[in-house]
Design a protein around this ligand. Sequence first.
Ligand code: CA
Length: 544
Amino acid sequence: MKRLIATAMVVVMTMLLMAGCGKSTDSETATDSTTQAGTETGTTTESTEESLEGSLLSAEPKTFSIFLNFNNMPFDSEWEVWQEIAKRTNVSLEGVVSKTNANEEEAFNLMLSSGDLADVIGYRNASDLEKLGRDGGLIALNDLIDEHAPNIKALLESDPKFRQWATSLDGNIYYIPKNQTLLSAEFYWVRQDWLDALGLEVPTTVDELYTVLTAFRNEDPNGNGQKDEIPLFDRAGHNMPDEYLYLFDSSTEFYARNGVMEFEPLEDNFVYGVKELAKWYKEGLIDPEIFTRGAKTRDTLYSANQGGFTHDWPSTGNYNRSLAEEIPGFNNVAIAPMKDQNGNIVERTTRYPAPGWGISSQCEDPVTLIKFFDFFFSEEGSDLINWGIEGKTYVVDDAGNKTYTDEVLGNTEQTPLGYLRSLGVQYRIGMNQDPDYEYAFMTPEAQAAAELYNGHPEWYRDDVPPYLGSDLNLKYTEEDEAEYKRIMSQIRPYVDEMFQKWILGASNIEDDYATFVQELKDRNIDRAIEINQKAMDTFFKNKQ
Ligand code: CA
């Protein structure tokens, strides 16, 4: 009797299966139908699932081609963690980007012009991936996610930032983002040992900062008897020259307040901030070479014991270790953003999801691939891509806390992150970045900084779109983007040129300002603001 029922159930299940096969011939739709229709039929469940134990996504090994080149690291199927992933899922990827390729953009364009698309495509630029989707090169993943990717679906529902980033202007999801869960990006760093040497307190307002920088300049905090200190410096001064306008709640870019898009050079804070920074520069509080010193600035000025204050990433805390012998007492600490002239505390730089990967229209088995994508949002897949291989790169204690092993932390050849990446860990794929992974190899100073900034969500505004670099990162329609770029190509160089002139004292903002504003109007700034307003409205619509 039991056997008869079981047989009958198999027939029913087979029919259910066939009914569910309109969209796919993949045998795994069986699992979904079985759980819905046959909760009491243990035997049947086993018979349809017996070939897919553990994390297997396919009964037979399957290989998909992948286009991805992250930081000049083309995807390499030999990477240890990806070998492990293949073993567990029965799905492996084969990179199509040549191992020697050092130009992601060139390789991407080459693939597109060849017409021969890899099954999986990852790229650094969200709008290029979305364009490829609208042009039919990537498939819309919405239905596939609904049916086969419960983990991704749950995150799309619970995380508005992730959803916004994943959703294209046409409402389709063309790629799964690399999600960032940490809020903070850059911190204000000050030399605590210099403050101590001069008997000063940590500055809490922009005016107090001026006092501190002035003392750094004039009172020999490094104690060598020379007036060689460079109070304020930045290694990104050559490409983000306006970063210190943030202190005055301004920039040379777009920003939004109360839902209204502004071009900040047209606003009062800008005039105030530029006048202040010009004064600071004239008084020697700012690196005289801030616009030109370049990416090595931080190394150079800390090693020479000359740098005092900057706005930079957590790695700035590492110098306390690396310079401990050379500069006894060297002590950099992250401090809270200071109150601006209007009494507000805001940290503008934040983290946002990066583009991850999508499925090309030439892929013959998108169902298995979306399940593979979903695997990285499961606990097992997430641990593999965030932490690597348990017992080798990390261990878990009784309380469930993960720590990296000496193989990662004590590696003398590479930084912990560099070593992890050499195994394929933390690659730029659709995943949820575990914040603990980063904490796990931060120095105590960096950890304290990250905890300070992440502990104050009120410093971050959630009514502005992603602020990356010094730019709002909005998505545009194709026509709007072309027009916007055309207008801004006339405006950006002009603003940068004038800003530098004012800071360096070659000209004076008060004398020039009326002409400057008129010039921006003549170059059609109002239309650019309008385009950004529209793009921002779409952003908040997708975020809801
Ligand atoms: Ca000195």
